[in-house]
Design a protein around this ligand. Structure first.
Ligand SMILES: [Zn+2]
Ligand SMILES: [Zn+2]
Length: 191
């Protein structure tokens, strides 16, 4: 029996187009049947800016996010419009700690179309953001990268890969995800 309802928070970090967090929350409900709520924005992550890379350090943003308790939420997805990096990659669309509570989705590169200065229509932009969010959420529920290129957990190293993966998990990953979501929530021991 489920004693506590699962809840996922979607929280903008700085200014992001309002439709994006709403769409991410709707996708979480629609694909995973888990309630997701959009919270009021937290401050813009200027503290994570790296002047040498002209990008924002994903680890530093995650750390700041972790300093908020978000007690009633099981998982927290921060959505931001700045370009993120982790030391080993040029850039990342998202970042999450495997099996953790907090993840990030960067919208910065998701508007780009094919060709110089081109942009994709809004539905594709929203779909890309939903893919990144559900993929990172998969990591939070301890799913690893999947070798099946027709799976949302397949690693996407660029937009062409992101556009190629579908907006759903393969059979194996779906079972894993369903399993993770059917386990009772951990009792909170602190905060
Ligand atoms: Zn991943
Ligand atoms: Zn898979």
């Amino acid at each position: 029996m489920r004693s506590q309802k699962r809840r996922i928070a979607v929280v903008p970090l700085g200014e992001v187009p309002g439709i994006v967090p709403k769409s991410i929350a709707a996708h979480i409900l629609g694909y995973l049947n888990v309630n997701a709520e959009v919270l009021s924005p937290l401050r813009h992550p200027d503290y994570a800016y790296d002047p040498r890379r002209l990008q924002y350090n994903a680890g530093a943003v995650l750390k700041a996010l972790e300093s908020h308790s978000f007690g009633r939420y099981e998982k927290v997805i921060g959505v931001l419009d700045v370009d993120l990096f982790v030391p080993i990659f040029t850039y990342v669309f998202g970042e999450a700690k495997q099996g953790g509570k907090y993840a990030l989705v960067s919208l910065n590169r998701l508007r780009k179309g094919h060709g110089e200065g081109a942009f994709v229509p809004e539905p594709i932009y929203l779909e890309r953001a939903a893919k990144v969010a559900l993929h990172e959420l998969g990591h939070l529920y301890d799913l690893h990268h999947c070798s099946d290129s027709r799976c949302l957990m397949h690693f996407s190293g660029g937009l062409e890969y992101l556009d190629r993966i579908p907006l759903y998990f393969c059979r194996y990953c779906s079972v894993f995800m369903r399993d993770a979501l059917s386990r009772p929530r951990h009792r909170r021991s602190k905060g």
